[in-house]
Design a protein around this ligand. Structure first.
Ligand SMILES: C[S@@+](CC[C@H](N)C(=O)[O-])C[C@H]1O[C@@H](n2cnc3c(N)ncnc32)[C@H](O)[C@@H]1O
Length: 309
């Protein structure tokens, strides 16, 4: 029994047991305390992360829980529930791959090709984000390209649920299943821009990834098989049947993997090209299906005879 009675709790009355309802709320963590905790846990950008956590938490309890999860090693994006990608906030749920800054380079290349496709065909492009994870790539493409017919797909139910939050808001649809099996059959031969940020870490190197990835992102999002190119090879083998004539497949690889990826593209009849960004440490391999997309109907010119029926 505590022996420090207060005037309102005389010593001859038993003190009430603390309960979650009556226990005083924990003292709010101060900004310096958050920074100190993050720094002690090895967070390099402790000040910046503290700002994000302080802004994200709605209560002192929530802040304490967030700081604890972060100091235990969860990715910051899983703690706050979103990642910044191409200048947008993308919802990222626990257990879902966190979109990387370097993938913004893939988006940039896809936007360039998408705009040209629209210029050629005069209609909104058909865009597919295969292996979509959170759907960050598809959502960013829809934002940059304007009207698009957008589909995204992933094999992981958690990714599909998360992508629905991001892709439906961008006017697209999300499908669940193994690569092209997930897509509606009506897309066959119609895709103008097919982006596939497939898993491409060689199996033996998965263990060398930072713990944030290794321990908190699903293996299916990282492991690309012995040389890292297993999923890429499967995508490339089937893509030509789903691309529109003149349509493009874009994948991200490591710089070291690019020559092999190019060979795979060529073997499957895609005209390959490689682009690198030193700034983002990114490599993108692009392949174009031969053929020309149907041209937009020409408006009849003044003074020319209309074609006879
Ligand atoms: C590297 S992550 C990329 C996620 C997202 N595109 C991004 O850039 O943030 C790879 C994604 O591929 C998915 N994936 C792996 N194998 C797949 C398969 N056979 N079919 C569909 N999705 C697959 C994983 O679930 C994971 O979400």
């Amino acid at each position: 029994m505590p022996s420090s009675p207060t005037p309102s709790h005389p010593s001859h009355h038993p003190s009430p047991l603390p309960s979650p309802l009556t226990a005083p709320a924990p003292a709010p963590l101060t900004r310096p305390a958050v920074v100190t905790a993050l720094r002690a846990a090895g967070c390099v950008f402790a000040e910046d992360e503290a700002e994000l956590l302080l802004a994200a938490a709605r209560t002192a309890g929530e802040l304490a829980a967030m700081v604890e999860r972060r100091t235990l090693g969860l990715p910051l994006e899983h703690v706050v529930g979103w990642a910044e990608f191409c200048g947008r906030r993308i919802a990222v749920d626990p257990g879902v791959f966190v979109p990387r800054r370097r993938t913004e380079f893939l988006v940039g290349r896809a936007v360039g090709l998408g705009l040209r496709a629209t210029g050629r065909t005069g209609r909104p492009p058909v865009v597919v984000d295969l292996c979509c994870g959170s759907g960050a790539v598809g959502a960013a493409l829809a934002a940059a390209l304007g009207p698009v017919e957008l589909h995204a797909a992933d094999i992981e139910p958690a990714a599909v649920r998360c992508a629905r939050r991001n892709v439906l808001a961008a006017g697209g649809e999300v499908h669940e299943g193994d690569l092209f099996d997930a897509l509606p059959a009506g897309l066959r031969g119609r895709i103008d821009i097919l982006v596939a940020n497939v898993p491409y870490v060689p199996t033996e190197e998965v263990g060398l990834l930072p713990p944030e990835a290794r321990d908190h992102e699903p293996l299916v999002a990282l492991d690309g098989g012995a040389d890292g190119l297993d999923v890429l090879r499967r995508v490339t083998a089937t893509a030509p049947r789903w691309l529109a004539p003149g349509g493009h497949l874009l994948v991200e690889t490591s710089e070291r993997q690019a020559p092999q990826a190019v060979e795979t593209f060529t073997r499957n009849g895609l005209l390959p090209r490689v682009a690198d960004s030193d700034e983002l440490c990114a490599t993108v391999v692009m392949g174009t299906r031969a053929g020309t997309a149907p041209q937009p109907p020409q408006a009849p010119r003044m003074g020319t005879a209309s074609p006879s029926p």
